[in-house]
Design a protein around this ligand. Sequence first.
Ligand SMILES: CC(C)(COP(=O)(O)OP(=O)(O)OC[C@H]1O[C@@H](n2cnc3c(N)ncnc32)[C@H](O)[C@@H]1OP(=O)(O)O)[C@@H](O)C(=O)NCCC(=O)NCCS
Length: 263
Amino acid sequence: MRVPHNNEGITSARYAKIGDVNSIGKYAVLSDRTVLGAGVTIGNHVTTHGQVEIGDGTIIHDGAVLGRAPMSAGNTTRPLPPDLPPLRLGSGVIVGANAVLYTGSTFGDEVLIGDLASVREGCAVDQNSVIGRGALIMYETSIGARTRIIDGAVITGLSRIEEDVFIGPAAVSINDNEIYLKRFGLLDRVWSGVTIRRFAVIGAGANIGAGIEIGRGALVAPSAMVTRNVEAWTVVGGVPARYMRHVSDDAKNKILNAFGLVE
Ligand SMILES: CC(C)(COP(=O)(O)OP(=O)(O)OC[C@H]1O[C@@H](n2cnc3c(N)ncnc32)[C@H](O)[C@@H]1OP(=O)(O)O)[C@@H](O)C(=O)NCCC(=O)NCCS
């Protein structure tokens, strides 16, 4: 059997900066509307669909799929958006092996996306954030700068996560408390994502209910089920989650000082 040479399988990729060195693995299939910055590394078996813009020095590991369009076989509740903008990745981004990034999402510079993670359409992920291995970010969710979403977390659609948030492994969130009727189209299709304010921490395996707001600097204990809004700088835990204590002034001030802030 013939051993394929490097770049075999590339289809009509267009390069933003001709002459800059990009490394493209075997069996990569890039759409003719893929635009590569300088020094991009594309692994083996990477596929891009539609318009995908990849910033300078970004690394796409083996098997990643970029620019995937959302689809329905007619059996999903939420209507799909008709026209979506391109998928845009900033500079110095790392996309893990077999990650799937949908069209219509944007990623700032130096975002790290773990192996097998998936980010749906219409999301905006700010610079230096981390989307851990196998984490799932649903549609139209925003994630602030430097926020870290650890392995296996599931962030529901229409959520707003501010900067410097930490979401522990396997934490999940909900955006629909009326699924019992809504799944049959027997109620209006309205969804409420979660809001997580700056400096908050969500413990491993915690669950944040639909429309809930987790206040600035709040801490949700591991395995909590949060059914009420959480006040800023408080600790909650349990099922359902109850107030445990306040974050100490010392811890709060250390965080604020580190960011040059006062409250
Ligand atoms: C939740 C957390 C703040 C508790 O720390 P703490 O305030 O020092 O609590 P303590 O361990 O001293 O325990 C105080 C009480 O809270 C209880 N408690 C501790 N963790 C709890 C939890 N997850 N759910 C409910 N109650 C909890 C303890 O049983 C104890 O109760 P008691 O006084 O009746 O015996 C702390 O464990 C934490 O920050 N966890 C986050 C871990 C995490 O998810 N990391 C992610 C990366 S792996």
